[in-house]
Design a protein around this ligand. Structure first.
Ligand code: 5AD
Ligand code: SF4
Length: 443
């Protein structure tokens, strides 16, 4: 059988789907290619949330048009949100593409692939599938991702996700637990539960998200559980309590606000006001004082005036995010915001983004500095980028920590003391004595 290369764009949900695709193909006898030129099946798992990822995909596909003329045996498949958005149109517009497969149609891959290898060109973009096809555990990594729900029902006015990922569908808690157990048996120690809006998770038996967390926390070899994304309008007191009381649940929350002005929040159809958001953050910090908070911001939404932007800036100061993802607004097909008047120019969006990011760097640094001198528990993920003798891991809030130690500590929870800080990471010294760890494990 052949070799496959997968290029993944976009969010963690796509990373998870890429792992599933590789799992399906390995089952069919494929091996992973080291590079694109080695592969006879090229898969692009795409994102359509912002125009940038879309442009990048088209530039890749453009280059492949000539490549396919000299390599006629190569097959090209496009999966993910852009596949869903474009469907058959993509086959028409791009003769180099052989297969277009929407996210819910992934289980059809084994059926369609032989036809594509025979030379047929196909598109499959149905949206109703439960698509509950767990990873087998073969592909477990120390920190593994697990989708708990797919789709989104919120229809924020700028967002294409509800159109390309369909309605919210929660996977059965039992299936999720089985998958997490299999991943743990395969070496996973931390799982990231993924969903566009995990707070509205509810399976057919009535298991809600806090209950799911409690269930998963019982899996013995699993050390940590993290989850994303939480929609502010659905963040429940029960979830805050679980964050506070369940030791395996990491003390980090991604709580996208998107804008600091009520006028823009309403135009975005986010379902909360600035005051309500700030109130949630206050209650969260009361319940879980050590919580690490991250958010998403969009600058330059249609109609965003200088005063609205100032409100976003002041919200950053009031919240004090540990980490922030920020984006320039980008028109997406199908979305109501795409046709709103008052478009902000590209230069102005860029200027606002740079101002915002500069301020956030200061805030992130201050937040990190406030932690110095404290003891933290780090799950060691591997060697640090900075080189020999340094390890990299994350503390309970998800912040990156580097410290000196032997490579055999990978996969262990190690106590450290935080000593210095940069915008993106913390440096620490190890407190857990090596004598407590068996010599054979230290490698
Ligand atoms: N333009 C810019 N950013 C967007 N996002 C979603 N849609 C758009 C858009 N049209 C951002 C939001 C969301 C994150 C995943 O991507 O901040 O939370
Ligand atoms: Fe998009 Fe809003 Fe759903 Fe998030 S909650 S995926 S921003 S529609």
């Amino acid at each position: 059988m052949g070799k496959v290369h997968i290029t993944t764009f976009g969010c963690q949900m796509n990373e998870y789907d890429s792992a599933r695709i590789l799992d399906i193909l390995t089952g069919l006898g494929y091996r992973a290619a080291a590079g694109r030129e080695e592969a006879d099946l090229l898969i692009f798992n795409t994102c359509s949330v912002r125009a940038k990822a879309q442009n990048k995909l088209y530039s890749f596909l453009g280059q492949l048009r000539d490549y396919k003329k000299t390599h006629p045996q190569v097959r090209i498949a496009v999966t993910g949100c852009l596949a869903q958005q474009e469907g058959r149109r993509m086959l028409k517009a791009l003769p180099q593409v052989d297969l277009v497969l929407g996210p819910d149609a992934l289980p059809d891959l084994p059926r369609l692939l032989p036809l594509v290898l025979e030379g047929r060109r196909m598109a499959e973009v149905k949206l109703e599938g439960q698509a509950d096809l767990p990873l087998s555990g073969r592909r477990a990594s120390l920190v593994s991702q697990v989708t708990v729900m797919r789709g989104c029902d919120n229809f924020c006015s700028y967002c294409v996700v509800p159109y390309v990922r369909g309605r919210e569908k929660s996977r059965p808690a039992g299936a999720i637990a089985d998958e997490v157990e299999a991943l743990t048996a395969g070496g996973a120690r931390e799982v990231h539960l993924l969903g566009q809006n995990v707070n509205s998770y509810r399976d057919e038996e009535g298991v809600d998200f806090p209950r799911l967390l409690t269930l998963l926390a019982r899996i013995p070899d699993l050390l940590r559980i993290r989850f994303t994304t939480s929609h502010p309008k659905d963040l429940s007191p029960a979830l805050m309590e679980t964050l506070a009381s369940e030791p395996k649940v990491m003390k980090g929350l991604h709580l996208p606000v998107q804008a600091g002005s009520d006028r823009i929040l309403a135009a975005m159809k986010r379902g909360y006001t600035r005051t309500r958001y700030l109130d949630l953050v206050r209650r969260l910090r009361e319940t879980v004082p050590e919580i690490s908070l991250s958010g998403d911001i969009i600058v330059g939404f249609p109609g965003e005036k200088e005063e609205d932007f100032r409100q976003t800036m002041s919200l950053l100061d009031e919240v004090g995010y540990d980490f922030l993802f920020s984006f320039q607004y980008s028109d997406r097909p199908l979305t109501p915001a795409g046709v709103l008047p008052g478009k902000v120019s590209e230069e102005e969006k860029r200027r606002r983004l740079l101002v915002l990011q500069a301020r956030q760097r200061e805030i992130s640094l201050t937040r990190h500095q406030a932690l110095l001198g404290r003891v933290a528990e780090v799950l060691v993920e591997g060697p640090a980028k900075k080189g020999h003798g340094w390890l990299r891991g994350r503390e309970a809030g998800g912040r990156t920590v580097n410290f000196a130690g032997p490579p055999g500590l990978r996969g262990r929870l190690i106590k450290v003391k935080l000593e210095s800080a940069t915008v993106n990471s913390l440096r620490a010294v190890r407190l857990t004595p090596l004598e407590t760890i068996a010599a054979k494990d230290l490698g």
